[in-house]
Design a protein around this ligand. Structure first.
Ligand code: PHB
Length: 249
């Protein structure tokens, strides 16, 4: 599909344009997009115009560009993520009511934990997770669950890479991480104290569909909070979510 003098395809360029949008950078000019996507200005303007015409990008009265609702609509329609989120939400709300902290749903995506949903309580403690945001597999409790149950080749790939410390307690030694993951598989829960931020502890359990781990359900607690009630609430929620996933659509 290389239809430009350079070797990147039109699809590559469109993806680079879309990837310039982040949670903190939701509105940009076409020139800024071009610079950030490393595209010639004329190419960036043309791609932006075409994506705006297709509704995948939108433009405000100052000609600043944002992601289009149609992109959201197409991305969610019929997606596995939507099915999981719909199955999980009623049970996440129960966990939320009971534990009154943060409750999250994450899936494995390109060697990271991608968060599909997050519910929070007004008085809940710190939490850096965002919906549609990502966290490293080796650092977050959800990531540890997903990594523990990931295909062996993916796990080895992650263990072979330099493991970045997000906080002083993040496990970055591959041998220690390997033992930690074996413990997660054995115990059916990951408890990550201070691994993302010193002030909090993530607690996560696996969600299975047709025998395979497809997601992680987690709570983020203040560091010193007891874990037992959270683990019980998460496991009860997973029983309900898995039953919903088993039932005919
Ligand atoms: C975790 O899942 O371990 C986690 C996530 C976000 C935080 C803290 C912990 O802010």
């Amino acid at each position: 599909m290389a239809n430009s003098p350079s070797s990147d395809s039109m699809i590559d360029r469109i993806v680079r344009v879309l990837e310039t949008f982040t949670a903190d950078r939701s509105v940009q000019s076409a020139s800024q997009i071009g610079r950030r996507a490393a595209l010639p200005s004329s190419t960036a303007h043309r791609i932006v115009d075409e994506l705006v015409d297709a509704g995948l990008l939108g433009r405000d009265e100052d000609r600043r560009v944002h992601l289009g609702m149609r992109l959201w609509e197409l991305a969610l329609r019929g997606s596995t993520a939507l099915r999981l989120r719909q199955a999980a939400l009623p049970y996440m709300e129960r966990v939320q009511t009971h534990i009154r902290q943060h409750t999250q749903l994450a899936v494995l995506e390109q060697d990271e934990a991608l968060f599909l949903e997050r519910l929070s309580h007004p008085d809940a403690g710190a939490n850096i997770t965002r919906i549609a945001g990502r966290l490293p597999l080796h650092a977050s409790s959800s990531g540890l669950v997903l990594l523990a149950h990931a295909p062996a080749d993916l796990r080895e790939r992650v263990l072979a890479q330099p493991l970045r410390a997000l906080a002083p307690e993040t496990v970055t030694d591959p041998g220690r991480l390997r033992r930690l993951l074996a413990g997660v598989r054995r115990d059916g829960v990951a408890i990550a104290q201070g691994s993302i931020e010193s002030v909090s502890t993530g607690v996560a359990v696996p969600i299975r569909d047709a025998g395979e781990v497809v997601a992680a359900l987690s709570v983020v607690l203040p560091r010193q909070a007891p874990h037992t009630a959270a683990i019980i609430a998460l496991r009860e929620a997973v029983t309900g979510i898995e039953a919903t996933l088993r039932s005919p659509r």
